[in-house]
Design a protein around this ligand. Structure first.
Ligand code: NAD
Length: 241
């Protein structure tokens, strides 16, 4: 990980922020792609003696992503890894779901992976590289009220396996981490009753921390994961196995 450059999308807070911090602890330099201010992450990474740059970019917009990726190469010299982490929810039962709520979630969660992966591949083809996308237990199991989100997260798995097959011979690996219930702003909004019900079903009887996801991402990106591609690692306390 030492001296590598990793793009972390949605790296300004939550799981993305934890990934940036942990990779920096391991000697990595971080480019943060987000639509909200990323200075806390940048300050934290530079505070560890690593380099970090923030790019204000909507990852659902291909031309904006291409410009930001060129910016990373210009400012940081190269791209070794990509973490497709940015994501949103817009939960509704399908009968009530508006077309825009479907489209928005698919664009931000799934099309973003097409945009970012396509843009970094141009650089990784020469050097090799590693890509981890953050799916979800909802993409593996389905979840009522989340048909848009679950479809986007299941789509990431098929996308990733295809990339793993297309670019394995160019020494580019692509893998998935599928979190269960992790304590972040995304899950803060759920009502207490749903949270209690969820906890009862988790064999380890606790929610995950953003750092739990960061550790799995590091494992897959680093030399420890060098013979792993097209894989899905579930990090969910046993909620799904
Ligand atoms: P979060 O809401 O705390 O962070 C998401 C980040 O993505 C934010 O910084 C946000 O600004 C950024 N983002 C949103 N739209 C963007 C866009 N168009 N362009 C660029 N950045 C954008 O959420 P989190 O809990 O940290 O989730 C991170 C990832 O993990 C998401 O993909 C989420 O679906 C996935 N996940 C989370 C959980 C959980 O329990 N928290 C479970 C399974 C999967």
């Amino acid at each position: 990980m030492k001296d590598t450059v990793t793009i972390v999308t949605g790296g300004s807070q939550g799981i993305g922020r934890a990934i940036a911090d942990f990779l920096a602890d391991k000697g990595g330099n971080i480019a943060v792609f987000d639509i909200v201010d990323g200075s806390e992450t940048v300050n934290s990474v530079t505070g560890k003696g690593r380099r970090s740059e923030f790019f204000s970019v909507d990852v659902s917009n291909l031309s904006a992503v291409e410009a930001a990726v060129d910016g990373v190469v210009k400012k940081m010299g190269k791209i070794d890894n990509l973490v497709n982490n940015a994501g949103i929810t817009a939960d509704k039962l399908l009968l009530r779901m508006k077309e825009d709520e479907w489209d928005r979630v698919i664009r931000v969660n799934l099309k973003s992976a097409f945009n970012c992966t396509k843009a970094v591949l141009r650089h990784m083809l020469k050097t090799g590289g590693s890509i981890v996308s953050i799916s979800s237990i909802a993409g593996v199991m389905g979840n009522p009220g989340q048909s848009n989100y679950a479809a986007s997260k299941a789509g990431l798995i098929g996308f990733t396996k295809s990339i793993a097959k297309e670019y394995g011979e160019r020494n580019i690996r692509a893998n998935i981490v599928a979190p269960g219930f992790i304590k972040t702003k995304m899950t803060e909004i759920l009502d207490e009753k749903s949270k209690e019900e969820m906890l009862k079903m988790i064999p380890l009887k606790k929610y995950g921390e953003p750092s739990d996801i960061a550790h799995a991402v590091y494992f897959l990106l680093s030399e420890y994961g060098s013979y792993i591609t097209g894989e899905v690692i579930n990090v969910n306390g046993g909620l799904h196995m």
